[in-house]
Write a protein that binds this ligand. Structure first.
Ligand code: ATP
Ligand code: MG
Length: 259
């Protein structure tokens, strides 16, 4: 499976507030794209439009097109639930369902979609997803225990397992390591390297080293001032963004002079 994401002139609003303006970019299959930029410039907002997750916020809407394998996910008749099956998401704070077992957490996507699985199908899915998330050996003997009993880094890998269990084509990650220690962070970064063989990955990060370690392409978002919409300043190979960006604001941001 190779999935291309083509965002065309995307604007995002929270009611009257214009949060993100005019974003166009293409994310290629089997690549990792990083979004960087100062707080409040719209990285999370734009990321959520790639699986229509912003629509759960009352009053939030987007205009423009996002084509996933040439299909506009905003076309009439497209079910956002189908979009979210195809485009998985991992959030900033590990958020396993606390009272659910590790196993049921991995299967949560199937349960939400109302899909019936046989016991052996369920076992296969759980093992494959946990292996994919590099968590299997650590939890295989305690699959029935609550997900909340895992360490933070393990919980985040559990959330990644939950996201990949439904076999999406795209994985969105919003600062997936911001609550993790350096060892867990490196474990997630290694995992991202492996997952990009299968998925198109988009990650938001405030960690510049992380962007250079994990991503192929980088988009720098910025905002001109309070109350103004955020926008994509520059999108290029990660190497170019960090060594020789076109825009002066990008240069200042990646060299740590603001943000
Ligand atoms: N649910 C919401 N309702 C109204 N405004 C929102 C909502 N979520 C975000 N915003 C506003 O949209 C703008 C962009 O926010 P967003 O969370 O996308 O920024 P960000 O780049 O992800 O920031 P950070 O790096 O701090 O996570 C901000 O002005 C923010 O206050
Ligand atoms: Mg954010």
């Amino acid at each position: 499976m190779s999935t291309r994401i083509d965002a065309r002139n995307v604007d995002v609003y929270y009611g009257d507030f214009h949060a993100v303006e005019g974003v166009s970019l293409v994310m290629e299959p089997r690549t990792v794209t990083a979004f960087i930029g100062p707080s409040g410039c719209g990285k999370t907002t734009f990321l959520r439009t790639i699986n229509r997750m912003h629509e759960v916020i009352p009053g939030a809407y987007a205009t423009g097109e996002i084509l996933i394998n040439d299909q506009n996910i905003y076309a009439t008749g497209v079910d956002p639930v189908d979009v979210r099956t195809m485009v998985g998401m991992v959030f900033q704070r590990p958020n396993p369902f606390p009272t659910m077992s590790i196993k049921d957490n991995v299967l949560a996507g199937y349960k939400l979609n109302g899909k019936k699985l046989s016991a052996s199908q369920a076992d296969d899915i759980v093992e494959k997803a946990l292996r994919g998330a590099n968590l299997w050996t650590e939890v295989k003997d305690r699959l029935g225990l609550p997900g909340s009993g895992l360490s933070g880094g393990q919980q985040q890998r559990l959330c990644i397992a939950r996201a990949i269990a439904v076999e999406p084509d795209v994985l969105l990650m919003d600062e997936p390591c911001s609550a993790l220690d350096p060892i867990s962070t490196l474990a997630i970064e290694d995992l991202i390297h492996e997952l990009k063989e299968t998925f198109t990955i988009v990650i938001v990060t405030h960690n510049m080293q992380q962007a250079t370690r994990v991503s192929d392409k980088t988009g720098f978002f910025n905002i001109q001032g309070v109350g103004l919409p955020g926008h994509l300043v520059e999108f290029d190979t990660t190497e170019k963004i960090f060594s020789n960006p076109r825009d002066e604001a990008t240069e200042r941001y990646v060299s740590g002079q603001f943000g």
